[in-house]
Design a protein around this ligand. Structure first.
Ligand SMILES: CC(C)(COP(=O)(O)OP(=O)(O)OC[C@H]1O[C@@H](n2cnc3c(N)ncnc32)[C@H](O)[C@@H]1OP(=O)(O)O)[C@@H](O)C(=O)NCCC(=O)NCCS
Length: 144
């Protein structure tokens, strides 16, 4: 089991994990390849027995990080992988001089909201009817 940064060869696996989780972003293989090549982007992978089981992608601009995509394989959920990815990404942002991390989450996505709250995030704002014209987006943030 190990945490490691994503490399270009991970793009198909990351796109597959994303496709199994409707609440994640929808970048596809090309989108992941572009993000992995972007110097402002930091994508962390959790690997078990040589296979990536979850990832977290964020961008860091100046001292502000933003989580853009985050998912764990359904069969591996609720085993602490998401929390480990999030805690590791926050430590990495802090080490790089980041001071805040924000994200947008669908107000109906209770597992993710619970995870972010457990990690110390709180609600910083709300975008009404942001998802599909019906569901609000919560803006959550943490000061590091
Ligand atoms: C959100 C997600 C990444 C969590 O990954 P995970 O590996 O299952 O999370 P963990 O096992 O580390 O759980 C950590 C905490 O998250 C919360 N949580 C996770 N799954 C939950 C669920 N099904 N119901 C309620 N709370 C949940 C709990 O607070 C949990 O702590 P606990 O186990 O002590 O109760 C995963 O559910 C996922 O991929 N969801 C779909 C994609 C998504 O929503 N991404 C975020 C978009 S903003």
């Amino acid at each position: 089991m190990k945490m490691r940064p994503a490399v270009t060869l991970d793009a198909p696996r990351l796109a597959w994990i994303e496709s199994t989780q409707p609440m994640s972003a929808h970048w596809g293989e090309k989108g992941f390849a572009g993000e992995i090549a972007n110097a402002a982007s930091h994508i962390w992978c959790w690997e078990e027995n040589g296979e990536v089981q979850g990832f977290l992608a964020l961008r860091l601009a100046a001292d502000m990080g933003e989580i853009l995509n985050f998912a764990v394989c359904p069969a591996r959920c609720r085993r602490g992988i998401g929390f480990r990815l999030l805690a590791h990404a926050l430590r990495d942002v802090r080490a790089r001089g980041g001071r805040t991390v924000t994200l947008e989450v669908n107000v109906t996505n209770l597992p993710a909201i619970s995870l972010y709250t457990k990690a110390g995030f709180s609600e910083w704002g709300r975008r009404e009817k942001f998802y599909g014209g019906t569901d609000d987006a919560l803006i959550m943030g943490i000061r590091l």
